[in-house]
Design a protein around this ligand. Structure first.
Ligand code: GDP
Ligand code: MN
Length: 398
């Protein structure tokens, strides 16, 4: 059986993660392709270039940090500039700013808008309803989670059957239900129809406009953009490759994916190596069950040779939060003695800091265990069951 890791090993890295989160300016360019009105602006990583952009679009301008996190306004990452001096000052201050651990390398400078009202609009997938979910609220500009908690009735929801799509009549009813200013109705219907099209045609997992604004002049306009694309649909959108360079990546994940390992970085201290995605998930679960916290999910796939174990151990060993390693292998086609020899050979190649606990079961497990037995010490342990091995690994991590 060929593993997912083997299938994907030589595909470009950008097709491997499932979601691509766009920066605001990329989201706005994406929206613009579907005719959604956004402000004129440009992105840059340079202060003087930012000033030149501001001079071109005309004052006042807004200078906005481009990072993969929300709440930039509160963190000082969104500033209005009335003139060239202020544009230079804000650009200089925002570039290099740390917003929730994200260092600002790019800013977006756009023509400032006058705001009469701030709304919220989004489309996403409601998995339990097996339909798309649109959310619209007259209370925009704040986090939708806060609105959902404090005033859930202020969010008008619409379920859209993907096979039927969204009709303009349904959309209009939805807008009316959201109690926006009546002046905004036509503009909101127009934008929401286009937003729906962007969501479906663009293969997005999420499209969100917060705030969607009503201007004093009556136009409705997208002032922010949060877009997450489903990279499983990349093959339909060759241009999505441009987003690869700006994806936030966990360094551990990058290293693991380069080796063709299926790896997901987590926050805990127990490094996990297992064969098969199902067993790897169960291993993560059982570590949690006995009171530990896994540092990662790692599926080494179907084979069990020394190269693969060495790669897996290297990735885990380079993670400074790992305090113990739990290797959980169920031999199928791969026999126990191959697994045991693979682990021992890998250990000769990689100098591992954290103690290792092995649980080996399945085909020829006895033969494999017999090979490991004489090599056991306080850095290499073996337990007969998954649960006992998990307990031991969690103990060692404490
Ligand atoms: P976020 O804080 O990361 O969600 O960044 P936003 O792009 O949503 O901007 C935060 C807030 O800054 C908005 O809710 C607006 O109140 C304000 N803001 C952003 N752009 C403009 C603008 O062009 N004009 C005015 N007056 N306010 C703006
Ligand atoms: Mn916003």
């Amino acid at each position: 059986m060929i593993s997912v890791g083997e299938l994907r090993a030589d595909e470009p890295r950008w097709v491997q993660s499932d979601a691509m989160d766009l920066l605001e300016y990329q989201g706005k360019q994406f929206f613009a392709q579907y005719g959604i009105p956004v402000s004129d602006g440009e992105a840059t990583g340079d202060v003087e270039e930012a000033v030149a952009i501001a001079n071109r679009v005309g004052y006042p301008v807004v200078v906005k940090a481009q990072v993969h996190t929300g709440g930039r306004g509160k963190a000082g990452g969104v500033k209005l500039a009335e003139n060239e001096v202020e544009a230079r000052e804000h650009a200089g201050n925002i570039l290099g700013l740390d917003i929730k651990g994200h260092i600002v390398k790019t800013i977006w400078v756009e023509k400032a808008s006058d705001i009469a009202e701030e709304y919220y609009a989004s489309f996403t997938l409601d998995r339990s309803a097996k339909q798309y979910l649109g959310m619209l609220s007259a209370e925009g500009g704040v986090e939708i989670e806060t609105v959902a908690e404090e005033n859930p009735d202020a969010i008008a929801k619409i379920h859209v059957n993907p096979a039927e799509g969204l009709s303009e009549a349904q959309c209009r009813q939805w807008v009316v239900a959201a109690n926006l200013n009546p002046d905004a109705t036509e503009g909101a219907v127009d934008i929401l129809m286009k937003l729906y099209e962007a969501y479906v045609q663009g293969d997005a997992d999420l499209v969100e406009i917060n705030p969607l604004i009503l201007k004093p002049t009556g136009e409705v306009h997208a002032l922010d953009a949060k877009v997450s694309l489903d990279s499983n649909a990349d093959f339909r959108h060759p241009d999505y490759e441009q987003y690869d360079a700006t994806q936030p990546r966990d360094e551990r994940e990058t290293a693991a994916h380069e080796k063709g390992l299926q790896y997901v970085g987590l926050e805990g201290t127990v490094g996990v190596i297992a064969n098969g995605a199902g067993l790897a998930m169960s291993t993560v679960d059982v570590v949690n069950q006995v009171g530990g916290k896994p540092a990662n999910f790692l599926d080494v796939g179907g084979g069990a040779n020394a190269d693969m174990f060495a790669d897996a151990m290297n990735v885990i060993n380079n993670d400074p939060s790992v305090k113990s390693i739990f290797i959980n292998i169920f031999g199928g086609i791969t026999r126990g003695e191959e697994v045991a020899n693979g682990i021992l050979e890998a250990m000769e190649r990689v100098s591992i800091d954290a103690p290792i606990v092995i649980r080996l079961d399945g085909t020829n497990a006895d033969e494999g265990r017999a090979i490991l037995e004489p090599r056991l010490n306080d850095k290499l342990m073996m337990e007969p069951t998954m649960l006992e091995a998990a307990r031991r690994a969690v103990e060692l991590a404490e």
